[in-house]
Design a protein around this ligand. Sequence first.
Ligand code: FAD
Length: 407
Amino acid sequence: MSTENSFDLIIVGGGMVGAAMACAMGERGFNVALVEGRQPDLDWPKPDYDNRVSAITRASQYVFENLNAWEYMVERRVCPYRKMVVWDSTGSGHIQFDSAEIAEPDLGHIIENSVIQAGLWQRLKQLPSVHCFSPATPQQLQITQQQACLTLDDGQVLAGALIVGADGGRSWVRQQMGFESKGWSYQQDALVATITHERDHQACCWQRFAADGPLAFLPLDEKTCSIVWSTSPEHAKQLLALDDAEFLKALQLSFGDDLGRMLTVGERAAFPLRLAHTIQYSSLRLALIGDAAHSIHPLAGQGVNLGLGDMSALVDALLAAKTRGEDIGDRAVLRRYERARKADNILMLGAMDGFKRLFSNDQPVLRFARNLGLNLTDKISPVKQLFMQQALGSASNRGSLAKPPHL
Ligand SMILES: Cc1cc2nc3c(=O)[nH]c(=O)nc-3n(C[C@H](O)[C@H](O)[C@H](O)COP(=O)(O)OP(=O)(O)OC[C@H]3O[C@@H](n4cnc5c(N)ncnc54)[C@H](O)[C@@H]3O)c2cc1C
């Protein structure tokens, strides 16, 4: 094998989490190979919004700032949100969060996934020690005591001390390792689309809960929101088949009038929702991060934020190993990463699963309890402040990169 195909680490998957990992390690002088199946689109400007967006916590914003990629996202477009309103359509339960109550400028940002990925790729193209193989897909993975080898579809062989699987929920890397992923289908699909509406969104995320699932309006431009409508697969199929006018009528009926009349809808798509958690995140010369390790219901917008927490914790573990003169592919090094992240991830997966079940249950006693709970929480400032700190991502351990850049 030629020496130019030898790296410190090889990352499979250059989505939001894998590209962030490549930036972090490239910035610290590691020799990185990044293998991505689809060539990311860096062209800008784009008149239409991507129908896949993410609610990005403050902790994740710090990650992007620390990687010097945030400015490239802001240059494209990001939308800060200051408020969040949640209500139960089956009762009077209602809660409102406002960043002013915790003296913060915002509670987070809504950003198109393609903008996040493009911002990171723009940054990593400036890093001479990051080598991008894209579009490329791996064909074979071989791990020995000495190294990990990845054969690509064009026959190139890449070798490194460590393989990082950041290749999403259907991770090829995880499958090659035979790691078991536990979980279940939610029997729900998330329908996504960009909507324009009559009234300003007031920098607010709107989420209404109903028995068939939550419907969220996430702010983009003044009178434009991205929706995530979680509902039964049959209902999602019907909604996809409607013409635009019929779809907007159904959406208005379900959401109500807070944003005035629904005016236009962009391209619609639906994704099946699952809870999944891999029993093992690591083994000799291998680590999984992001959706390759866990998938979560999108109702609280935590998936990519958790993935960036994994990335940041893995970077910490690898840097500490390098300082101590250890092999970065060593099992003990990678176990430290796994231990640092598993508890946080399991806690969040469990909490979101509990929320989803609580709000999709139509039993009168539960319905009464959750409406009462929402209204009570709305009136108790310290509890609300705690929720908001959690939403900012500042209450959990997400590694050094998730800390403010000036600290
Ligand atoms: C409807 C919906 C709404 C969501 N909203 C939010 C939100 O508001 N906030 C939030 O934090 N999370 C949200 N999530 C979750 C979030 O989208 C995921 O957690 C996130 O995309 C995971 O990022 P990732 O980089 O780990 O994986 P992915 O985004 O799946 O990226 C994987 C990358 O690997 C590449 N790849 C895959 N296989 C291979 C291969 N064999 N070879 C080479 N490359 C490969 C892919 O092309 C892709 O670029 C939402 C999810 C859904 C479904």
